[in-house]
Design a protein around this ligand. Structure first.
Ligand code: E4P
Length: 217
């Protein structure tokens, strides 16, 4: 299973990368706005700065919604660095744009996916990744993890190569359940990645070992 970090904060990306287990980064317009990144040139520079930290797979989202504009914007994003994955929303023009980029060999991440039908469309269009948002489904009393399970099953039925990228991951159990269900990737905030480290028995066990280690010298 691959781990992506879901942030546009450079320090958080550096911290996750330093752990040695990071496979990529996802951003979205809200995360970029949170960092105060304003204007086309600053946005491009920020994506370049992210690409300079990690080895590969930096999702950069288009801001437009028409086919022509998404193509133009996506090509500009892809030109920033070979590590860029063009992130495109699940709308009709978005599906067409994913097909266009897929035919050109440019990687895409189909975002804002909330149903198996949408995931099938994304795979048929040749998306590299499909991003079902599990936390946002849970927020409206729907079952985000069931969606992950269903997409993994359907993709397996037909041998679709699109990777299931579980998004809107809110806590450690989301991530663990996504792993159990066979999601290819989970993108999480830094606190979820760090949360994987934690267990009270690890803390108390280490405390005891360190106390006993004093007796050995
Ligand atoms: C995924 O690519 C999105 O950026 C993200 O996971 C959305 O998460 P949220 O629902 O916590 O905003």
């Amino acid at each position: 299973m691959k781990f992506f970090i879901d942030t546009a904060n450079l320090e958080e990306i550096k911290e996750a990368h330093a752990l040695g287990v990071l496979d990529g980064v996802t951003t979205n317009p809200s995360l970029m706005a949170k960092e105060g990144i304003v204007g086309a040139e600053n946005i491009k520079a920020h994506y370049k700065a992210i690409c300079d930290i990690v080895e590969d797979k930096v999702s950069a989202e288009v801001l437009s919604t028409s086919y022509e504009e998404m193509i133009k914007e996506g090509e500009e994003l892809a030109a920033i660095d070979p590590k860029i994955v063009v992130k495109i929303p699940m709308i009709k023009d978005g599906v067409k744009a994913i097909k266009y980029f897929s035919d050109k060999g440019i990687r895409t991440n189909c975002t804002l996916v909330f149903s198996v039908g949408q995931a099938i469309l994304a795979a048929k269009a040749g998306a590299t990744y499909v991003s079902p948002f599990i936390g946002r489904l849970d927020d409206i009393s729907s079952d985000g993890l069931q969606l992950i399970e269903d997409i993994v099953t359907v993709y397996g039925n037909f041998g679709f190569t699109t990777e299931v990228l579980a998004a809107s991951v809110r806590h450690v159990m989301h991530l663990v359940d996504c792993a159990r269900l066979g999601a290819d990737v989970a993108t999480c905030p830094l606190n979820v990645i760090n949360g994987l480290l934690k267990h009270p028995l690890t803390d108390s066990g280490l405390e005891k070992f360190l106390a006993d280690a004093q007796k050995l010298s």
